[in-house]
Design a protein around this ligand. Structure first.
Ligand SMILES: [Zn+2]
Length: 64
């Protein structure tokens, strides 16, 4: 698991939900934004590439 998705249905301001990187098994407190398709977010700590499709997958099932 590299990405966790949380969506609070009562939080209308953030209806698209929140993404958190799971870094070496630890869920990070800082939420991360969906990167552009051609610019995956590379974590400076663990080196994993978080691509746009990982975010879509996480949105569908809560994690990726
Ligand atoms: Zn990481």
């Amino acid at each position: 698991m590299i990405l966790k998705y949380e969506n609070d249905v009562l939080d209308e301001e953030h209806a698209s939900g929140h993404f958190y990187h799971v870094c070496q098994g630890q869920i990070q407190e800082q939420e991360i934004m969906v990167p552009p398709p051609d610019e995956p977010y590379e974590c400076p700590t663990c080196g994993v590439d978080l691509e746009t499709e990982d975010f879509f997958l996480a949105q569908q099932r809560g994690w990726s």
